[in-house]
Design a protein. Structure first.
Length: 395
């Protein structure tokens, strides 16, 4: 048997690439060839990490904090998470309810902890693409609940209940949502919690964009049971504090779940470096005005990009309530989302993501990140308008 013919494991065979990074690879190849690309495909804040956070990380390194630490996280950061949760959400979890790791890893860890192969997880459609990659690797079935533009893409409690089966173990609620920017109302979140309680289902409340809101405050599902029974909050420093490269996040969950996740962290990554975690302490307990400043800038960008998208031929766009993504409807152009994406890259040198990458209901839409400068947004919109106008003239 040759080396190439030795089969992979079932898990390896099920691994899927992130669609964002696939598009990014194409874009980088064009940039290496000298092309100037406007990046609307990446959900990476263009702000630098605030200086007081950077300084805390550096100070930790200078203190020699470069050794192993508790797999659950250093006590200073777990306590800081508890204090920040009380400040922001109105309840204080115990230290034993808090665990520290890269935020994206928690999707895999929590699903692996709570759901067996062949059992079901309820998600929205469209929804964050990396959820589906984790489900595939774990042999878990995704049950997608359609969301609709007429409802600003907010998942509806009654639609969730229609999709529950005896195999349903978990639902993931992402609000504000990637890719649509949808923010679930207080009323809807309570209905969703009541459904989870009725059917004895766990909920992952993905709150990575929880502080990036524009019109109404995002409501945390965790407030209903203080993450002591069935709610697991996932959060990240990446978007809120412009710390994507730090790879730092946390979960708040029932203590028995935290204990199991801690064992998984020991097995897979040992622990998050201490100096990174001290940056997290400074982020949570330091000056929070950096968030307000970034959100004010994102709000300006949102308003500009939504108005500009609604001015494009064949394109319409509802205004997102949170996160830094727009999810415009491009069906009026006559192109599929993948055709539109290729057209914008080829004709306008603008990189976007096809909506179908986020689920079947994403077809007819694209995702645009406005985590870039107003100058880039205006330039990208101008390029897109010119390309679409030329296409219309050629028809």
């Amino acid at each position: 048997m040759s080396e190439k013919s030795i089969p992979f494991s079932h898990t390896a065979e099920q691994l899927q690439a992130s669609p964002m990074f696939a598009v990014l690879a194409q874009v980088q190849a064009l940039e290496k060839a000298g092309e100037h690309i406007i990046h609307f495909e990446i959900g990476d804040p263009d702000f630098n990490t605030p200086p007081h956070i950077v300084e805390a990380g550096i100070a930790s390194l200078k203190r020699g904090e470069t050794h192993y630490v508790n797999s659950l996280g250093i006590s200073e950061l777990r306590d800081a998470v508890a204090m920040a949760t009380e400040r922001d959400l109105g309840f204080r979890p115990s230290r034993e309810q808090v665990v520290i790791a890269p935020a994206i890893s928690f999707v895999y860890f929590v699903v692996n902890c709570l759901v067996n192969p062949g059992e079901e997880v309820i998600v929205a459609d469209p929804d964050y693409a990396s959820y589906f990659s984790a489900f595939s690797a774990l042999g878990v079935k995704a049950v997608a609940v359609p969301t609709h533009e007429k409802n600003q893409f907010r998942i509806q409690a009654e639609d969730i209940e229609k999709h529950i089966t005896p195999k349903t173990r978990l639902m993931i609620i992402n609000s504000p949502q990637n890719p649509t920017g949808a923010v679930i109302s207080h009323e809807d979140s309570k209905k969703i919690f009541d459904i989870a309680k009725k059917y004895d289902i766990f909920i992952i409340s993905d709150e990575v964009y929880g502080k990036i809101v524009y019109d109404e405050k995002a409501h945390s599902l965790g407030a209903y049971d203080q993450c002591r029974e069935r709610i697991i909050i996932l959060n990240s420093f990446s978007k809120t504090y412009a710390m994507t490269g730090w790879r730092l996040g946390y979960a708040i969950a029932p203590e028995r779940i935290v204990e199991k996740i801690g064992l998984m962290i020991q097995t897979v990554i040992s622990s998050v470096p201490a100096f990174v975690q001290h940056g997290g302490v400074a982020a949570l307990l330091g000056d929070q005005s950096c968030i307000d400043n970034m959100v004010d800038e994102y709000r300006q960008r949102r308003d500009i990009i939504v108005a500009g998208l609604n001015d494009l031929p064949g394109v319409s766009c509802v205004s997102p309530g949170g996160a830094f993504y727009a999810f415009p409807n491009i069906s009026g152009t006559g192109m599929s989302s993948e055709e539109f994406t290729r057209c914008m890259l080829d004709k306008a040198r603008v990189a976007v993501l096809p909506g179908v990458n986020f689920g079947p209901m994403g077809e007819g839409h694209i995702r645009i990140s406005f985590a870039t400068s107003i100058e880039n947004i205006k330039e990208g919109l101008a390029r897109m308008k010119e390309a679409l106008t030329q296409l219309n003239h050629h028809e």
